[in-house]
Design a protein. Structure first.
Length: 305
């Protein structure tokens, strides 16, 4: 997102070392140096830590928050991904007021929950995140439903053992400065979300074209591009989510599969997030491809996050 809201959180919890590499035969010999204020890499199969830098320091996470938004939606009992949701003017007004990233959802259009997941995770649509929170929260007013949904996000964080994570928003636009996580917690959250096949399918998609029914019964075409430039650039990349704001800086939650191994990583507040993610993945896989990686470019007019 491109918002300029809220003071950041950067509190060190306990005693941490700047970099804690974990050697294994499959890894490169030397742990990389990354610019991130915090970083973490784990093996998806085992949860084993492979690389760590200030892993337990709380920091704002910007739009990587939307991983939890999707996680809560996907864990709903009896979820119908083809359920239709009507786009409200309030969602458009919100992104306009916050100067936030948007899927450009049009008022009155009827879109499915599945489409809203793509709209939230690819172009980082805060309007789509709002729609999901409004739909899956409970209460008589929109404000009550959103509050309820954020409560679900925090309860899910507790359930997942994310002891240094708290949400005050559904999209990372913090209202109180209390929307934070740590690299370790965020990697654990991403690992949990990737267990859902729908989530994995969404976050690895570079571009999608979707059709929605308009308020007049017509058909609208939506084209969304994934803001995660690691996709299509680093061989084997499979996700996951970008995030950018003034307090958080550039953030990236990333994953890649090579052979029978899948790695999941996080960099927070990192001006070189894609290069550093590739270096961390190379370290985990025991390869050396980051130096020759050519970043995918987004088309003119596509959302940046």
């Amino acid at each position: 997102m491109t918002v300029r809201k809220a003071a950041g959180v950067a509190v060190t919890v306990g005693t941490v070392l700047a970099v804690v590499p974990m050697a294994s035969p499959a890894q490169a010999a030397t742990a990389p140096t990354v610019s991130a204020k915090g970083a973490f890499l784990l093996d998806n199969a085992t949860g084993t830590r492979l690389y760590s830098k200030y892993a337990d320091t709380k920091r704002p996470m910007a739009s990587t928050t939307k991983i939890m938004t999707a996680r809560v939606v996907l864990s709903q009992t009896g979820l119908d991904l083809d359920r239709k949701v009507t786009v409200r003017q309030a969602y458009r007004d919100y992104v306009a007021a916050k100067s936030a990233s948007t899927a450009d959802l049009r008022t009155g259009d009827r879109v499915t929950v599945r489409q809203l997941l793509y709209a939230m995770m690819l172009p980082s649509g805060c309007d789509a995140a709002y729609a999901l929170a409004d739909t899956f929260g409970t209460g008589d007013t929109r404000a009550a439903r959103v509050k309820s949904f954020i409560g679900k996000m925090n309860r899910k964080a507790v359930d997942l053992g994310l002891t240094n994570t708290h949400f005050d928003s559904f999209d990372g636009i913090s209202t109180t400065g209390q929307n934070y996580t740590t690299p370790r917690d965020l990697a654990k959250l991403a690992r949990s979300a990737m267990k859902y096949s729908t989530f994995g399918s969404v976050v690895k998609t570079q571009k999608t074209v979707r059709y929605a029914t308009t308020s007049t019964g017509g058909t609208r075409t939506y084209t969304w591009y994934n803001t995660n430039k690691l996709l299509g650039s680093y061989t084997g990349a499979t996700g996951i989510k970008t995030g950018t704001s003034t307090p958080a800086g550039p953030c990236l939650v990333f994953s890649a599969t090579r052979g029978d191994r899948t790695l999941i990583g996080v960099v927070l507040n990192d001006a070189y997030r894609y290069t550093d993610a590739a270096k961390m993945l190379d370290y985990g896989f025991g390869t050396s491809t980051a130096s020759t990686m050519q970043l995918r470019t987004l088309p003119a007019g596509a959302q940046q996050d």
